[in-house]
Design a protein around this ligand. Structure first.
Ligand code: GRF
Length: 192
């Protein structure tokens, strides 16, 4: 079983959480940045930083085939932990099963509230006074795995979804590296 310290970060876009995970890596190492969008700005950043990257355009490829390919790439790199960071794909049940207990994700709401998309607009529309972000394990059910950590962000009067998103993202960059380090440490303590 590969060392949980060996992390792959999966992204589809900007990759600001991936950057935070790389820059604040303690107790784990980002071995690979993988993306289903070859032109993702985050991939460019990772390459420039000298990290190993892997991309394959997921458009026109069946979900099963795509996830099987990703899985074999991760195994080639002896990845022990997968961190999703703005990876805009629902993983196939076979992938989640194969990597069970080794995948984490960051979500821009205080789960279990607001699973899925448009979390900031939904929190504002509901007149919530706090929102935030959550790191959780990935299971078959969307945004529903075990919660590993969360951070609260105050919703200000007159907040727009865009303004709230920016503040939540700043909180994500603090939360994700810390929680990933804890998760990796807890998984390593299970090693023989
Ligand atoms: C973040 O808000 C994260 O919570 C969500 O997707 C966004 C990714 O942003 N899962 P970035 O690509 O990390 O900047």
């Amino acid at each position: 079983m590969p060392d949980p310290k060996r992390v792959a970060v999966l992204i589809s876009g900007r990759g600001s959480n991936m950057r935070a995970l790389v820059e604040q890596a303690r107790g784990y190492e980002v071995i690979l940045v993988a993306s289903n969008r070859p032109a993702a700005p985050g991939v460019e950043w990772a390459r420039a930083r000298g990290l190993q990257t892997w991309t394959m355009d997921s458009r026109g490829v069946s979900r099963d085939e795509f996830d099987r390919t990703v899985s074999s790439v991760l195994k080639d790199h002896r990845i022990g932990t997968i961190a999703l960071a703005g990876y805009m794909r629902i993983l196939t049940p076979a992938f989640v099963e194969e990597w069970s207990g080794r995948i984490v994700n960051i979500h821009p709401s205080l789960l279990p509230k607001y699973r899925g998309l448009d979390t900031h607009a939904r929190a504002i529309a509901a007149r919530d006074t706090t929102s935030g972000c959550t790191v959780h394990q990935v299971t078959q059910e969307l945004d529903s795995g075990e919660i590993l950590g969360s951070a609260e962000v105050t919703i200000e009067p007159g907040d727009t979804p865009e303004a709230l998103e920016q503040r939540v993202r700043a909180a994500e960059h603090q939360l994700y590296p810390r929680v990933l380090a804890q998760f990796v440490a807890s998984r390593r303590s299970l090693l023989p």
